[in-house]
Design a protein. Structure first.
Length: 297
């Protein structure tokens, strides 16, 4: 979710800014090449771990105050779980947070009586999670693991959640849905927020042309950055709304709701291409509310 912008790659195709990453320090993470391409799950995993390890300090410094040390923020629009109640009752529930970052959401859940495990691929982000737990006195069990290979037993959690965690950065997001369905108990809920697919069609920062479509909504290639050795250093994937629904249904989950938060009046904090200019016209975040049916449908 940053404001770093790159010129388009060769051929004139516009390249988006990094959508969820923080502002990059000048000259430190500038890619040798960038653009849109298919990417396999191993390459995406390697890039995600390295990128978030390298930028964890910058991310938490830039966004930590907005996220809060013990708050549950779903999206840059400012929607909080305290107001939305998308997870339902959390007291006494066993909850898994996927892509926890600094585990701010997990601490909010613990403070309300939940038993929480917070998972992230990045050791750098988990280092911040441990520091924040020490500072707040709210301890959360932390696990470094891949969202496509959850190290939990079948039917072991009541609820799973992810606030802009792993989903945008996983090439095989269908595998995440299958894994969540596996670890959820019957009747358990899975709620995740991610980049709304509409924003891939529009420029990150409207210029004199305004909000004009620059890319097909149906182009599912990932935005990829590579270093001078040709290694993938950042990858962000794109799925349509229909793709997400099919992934969920194929995993045996039931879609209960899709939340498209509106940009609140008076909210002027810009987070990459999340901001009031575009937010007045179309959503930049999609929140999927699902459950594992108590009985097979």
């Amino acid at each position: 979710m940053n404001g770093t912008e790159h010129p388009g790659p060769a051929g004139g195709e516009p390249a988006p800014a990094r959508r969820v990453a923080p502002q990059c320090p000048p000259g430190r993470y500038h890619p040798a090449e960038f653009g849109y391409s298919d990417i396999d799950d191993d390459s995406a995993r390697w890039a995600s771990r390295g990128y978030w390890d390298a930028t964890a300090d910058d991310y938490q410094a830039e966004h930590g105050a907005f996220l809060g040390d013990t708050d549950f923020l779903w999206c840059p629009e400012g929607l909080r779980e305290a107001d939305a109640g998308l997870l339902g009752e959390v007291r006494g529930r066993t909850i898994l947070e996927i892509g926890c970052g600094g585990a701010q959401c997990a601490r909010w859940l613990v403070a309300r009586g939940a038993e929480v495990v917070a998972l992230d691929l990045s050791a750098g982000q988990l280092r911040h999670a441990r520091a924040l737990s020490a500072a707040t006195g709210i301890t959360v069990p932390l696990v470094q693991a891949d969202a496509t290979r959850l190290p939990l037993a079948d039917a072991s959690v009541d609820t799973a959640c992810s606030a802009f965690g792993a989903i945008p950065f996983v090439a095989d997001s269908a595998a995440v849905m299958r894994e969540v369905a596996r670890v959820l108990r019957p009747g358990g809920r899975w709620v995740f927020s991610t980049t709304h697919p509409m924003i891939w069609s529009f420029p990150d920062h409207p210029g004199k042309e305004g909000l004009t479509v620059v890319r097909s909504y149906f182009d599912r290639r990932a935005y990829v950055e590579r270093d001078w050795a040709g290694r993938t250093t950042y990858a962000e994937t794109h799925r349509t709304v229909g793709d997400r629904v099919r992934e969920l249904v194929a995993a045996g989950l039931r879609l209960l709701d899709v939340i498209e938060p509106e940009w609140p009046a008076g909210h002027d904090r810009i987070w990459g291409q999340w901001g009031p200019v575009r937010g007045r016209f179309f959503p930049s975040t999609a929140i999927f509310v699902t459950d594992r049916p108590a009985r097979p449908t």
